[in-house]
Design a protein around this ligand. Structure first.
Ligand SMILES: Nc1ncnc2c1ncn2[C@@H]1O[C@H](COP(=O)(O)OP(=O)(O)OP(=O)(O)O)[C@@H](O)[C@H]1O
Ligand SMILES: [Mg+2]
Length: 253
């Protein structure tokens, strides 16, 4: 089976700062892959490499069997054109800590926007899907609200619906609940749990270890730009093998 994401020796530097120092990992289709680690360890950088918002400096990174940003001919790599990169990115949904909704658009319009602009869908088709997705994230009654008229948790659920509107094959979540008041976290995690049950492949950067344990299929602990330890969430969380993992978990559990 082709892995949904495969990283082999992935390196990324910003100037002289060597951030990712050889990441090797595989995410299977339908897997919920949790990524944890201290601030600055490179989690967001890695997600950004997966959808080619950043270019890697060495190694190989592929999504669903296709190299990210490159085409291989023989043993040579050729950079994809911007339009080809955009096409690759269309299959990957990304949800950020800050929801980044369009402030001047209603929840419904936010969810309709990309399929119309990027895929050239008709308004009627986009609207029907947007209504269905807002219903799925529990916000059918808020379709006409602007972001400023929604709680943080509601905005984040709209952001998830917006990403799903492009019918991605992979969803990347970068600390989707860490900007939320504690009482709003549960609804967002419930939506993510539902997605997982429906078989969506997800990489989730999170400090919600309860979610990782219950919903995650695997958990990777990253520190200093390398994978320190990985395994089934229950095993890593209850029986970490490395001191760095133990020390990190003692702070977040
Ligand atoms: N565009 C950039 N230019 C220069 N340095 C950057 C850039 N983006 C990230 N970095 C640096 O790369 C390192 C890793 O950052 P990254 O955001 O990937 O960490 P993280 O694991 O997501 O941390 P956090 O848990 O705080 O979100 C940090 O030291 C950061 O300062
Ligand atoms: Mg980050």
């Amino acid at each position: 089976m082709t892995p949904m994401v495969k990283a082999e020796g992935v390196h990324k530097s910003y100037g002289s700062a060597h951030i990712l120092r050889g990441i090797d990992l595989e995410v299977a289709p339908r897997e919920v892959f949790c990524l944890v680690g201290p601030s600055g360890s490179g989690k967001s950088t890695f997600l950004r490499c997966i959808n080619h918002l950043e270019k890697i400096n060495a190694g190989r990174l592929s999504v669903d069997g296709h190299l990210v940003g490159y085409r291989q001919k023989g043993d040579k790599l050729y950079e994809l054109k911007d339009s080809e990169v955009a096409a690759q990115r269309r299959d990957i949904g990304m949800v950020f800590q800050r929801f980044n909704l369009f402030p001047h658009m209603t929840a419904l319009a936010n969810v309709m926007e990309a399929p119309i602009q990027v895929k050239g869908e008709t308004k009627a088709v986009a609207r029907e899907r947007a209504e269905r997705l807002l219903d799925r994230v529990g916000l059918a009654d808020k379709a006409g609200n602007y972001p400023s008229q929604l709680s943080g948790g509601q905005q984040q659920r709209v952001a998830i619906a917006r990403a799903l509107a492009m019918e991605p094959k992979l969803m990347l979540f970068d600390e989707p609940t860490s900007a939320l008041d504690p009482e709003l976290v549960g609804d967002v995690l419930d939506v993510m749990r539902g997605l997982a049950e429906d078989g969506m492949t997800m990489i989730v950067v999170t400090h919600e270890m309860g979610f990782a344990r219950e919903v995650g299929d695997s958990l990777v602990f990253m520190d200093g730009g390398v994978v320190v330890e990985s395994g089934h969430p229950r095993d890593v969380l209850t029986n970490p093998q490395h001191d760095r993992t133990k020390s990190f978990l003692s702070k977040v559990l």
